[in-house]
Ligand binder design. Structure first.
Ligand SMILES: NC(=O)c1ccc[n+]([C@@H]2O[C@H](COP(=O)([O-])OP(=O)(O)OC[C@H]3O[C@@H](n4cnc5c(N)ncnc54)[C@H](OP(=O)(O)O)[C@@H]3O)[C@@H](O)[C@H]2O)c1
Length: 332
């Protein structure tokens, strides 16, 4: 009888133990999940976005649609970006741009379309010195920079490069930049600069080079305004006379569904009888950033170039500044 009771008690104890273990595991799981969720929230929480206006001392010559670089050359204040435009689409887009007055073309080794860019320029019949071509060398090319520069010169085949940028910071970036400096002296590259360099990177990099970058090209659109970096370049290191250029001005191909429907921008556009893209591009010009919207659609290309016949008021510049979310649309 007693033996039976003991067995019963043991069973109850075992089942209690099991239940306690399960409860403990549930509690531990809840704690771990809460910790992971909190960590994710902290990591993804965006810094308070700046809604300050850019204090831009650079007067863009909007009448002539250009701004002077520290190299002495002029860069057009708007152009066409060619990221993800290939083959005939690339050639047709550039031809549409050139025949409608666009004179700045942005490409890169990594876009695999330097040949098409050169081809479109050669076929355009427009004199070479009226067109400004930017290309970029990619970090995996930095350990053999001369090969990279020669490769872009050969593939573009347009005699010289107006502006060559290091596409991103990376191993041997100083070595690559110093090689670009040599090609400036040889007259094969007219101006040089950097892309995706921010304040910390600039502070580290600039003391190591001889020719100041003419351009810093970074992601800039109403949801990622890059205000601190632009103010740093235009005020803190004003003496270096660097011009800022924005990539993804319309939020980036494939990433701009929300931006292209933004009610604030649409309503601003209505006041000036301009489209949302035109408002964004004009906002860039007024805060001193050269723009290179990408497009494969001739109507869009014409529209994106038609941004010189209106001026956004200070109030509207502030309304756009208020849209900043520090929302990067790409990883670099
Ligand atoms: N340095 C870097 O790391 C870096 C990184 C990314 C990009 N970039 C450069 O920046 C350029 C711009 O970036 P992106 O081309 O990716 O993006 P984007 O210029 O911000 O946006 C391009 C998108 O907007 C559309 N679009 C253009 N004009 C329009 C208009 N008037 N109305 C409606 N939609 C319009 C285009 O479609 P449609 O083709 O239909 O017009 C395309 O889907 C690139 O082409 C590249 O040259 C540089």
């Amino acid at each position: 009888m007693e033996e039976g009771n003991n067995t019963e008690t043991n069973k109850i104890e075992t089942s209690n133990k099991k239940r306690n273990i399960i409860i403990l595991m549930i509690i531990i799981s809840i704690i771990i999940i809460s910790f992971i969720v909190t960590l994710c929230v902290i990591l993804t929480k965006k810094k308070n976005p700046s809604t300050k206006l850019v204090n831009n001392p650079k007067e863009f010559d909007l009448e002539n649609r250009r701004v002077k670089l520290n190299s002495g050359y002029y860069i057009p204040t708007n152009g066409i970006g060619t990221y993800s435009l290939y083959s005939d689409t690339c050639i047709n887009s550039i031809q549409a741009a050139l025949s409608n007055g666009v004179r700045l073309i942005d490409t890169a080794y990594i876009y695999s379309n330097e040949f098409e860019v050169g081809e479109a320029i050669r076929e355009s019949g427009i004199s070479r010195n009226e067109i400004f071509v930017t290309t970029k060398i990619y970090p995996h090319q930095f350990d053999e920079p001369e090969e990279a520069i020669k490769n872009s010169l050969d593939t573009l085949n347009i005699d010289y490069i107006d502006l060559m940028l290091l596409h991103h910071p990376g191993d041997n970036d100083v070595k690559a930049y110093l090689k670009m400096e040599e090609y400036v002296k040889k007259g094969k590259i007219r101006s040089i600069g950097l892309s995706n360099w921010y304040i910390k990177e600039l502070k580290k990099f600039l003391p190591k080079i001889n020719i100041m970058p003419a351009i810093i090209q970074n992601e800039i659109h109403p949801y990622y305004q890059e205000t601190e970096v632009i103010n740093y370049i235009y005020n803190d290191i004003k003496d270096k006379n660097i011009i800022v250029q924005g990539w993804y001005p319309l939020g980036g191909r494939g990433y701009n569904t929300e931006l292209m429907k933004d009610e604030v921008l649409i309503n601003i556009g209505k006041k000036y009888n301009k489209s949302l893209p035109q408002v964004i591009l004009r906002w860039n010009l007024q805060r001193g950033t050269v723009v290179i919207p990408g497009s494969s659609n001739p109507e869009h290309i014409i529209e994106d170039n038609n941004i010189y016949d209106f001026e956004l008021s200070d109030e509207d510049m502030q309304n756009i500044a208020n849209l900043n979310r520090n929302e990067k649309h790409d990883w670099y």
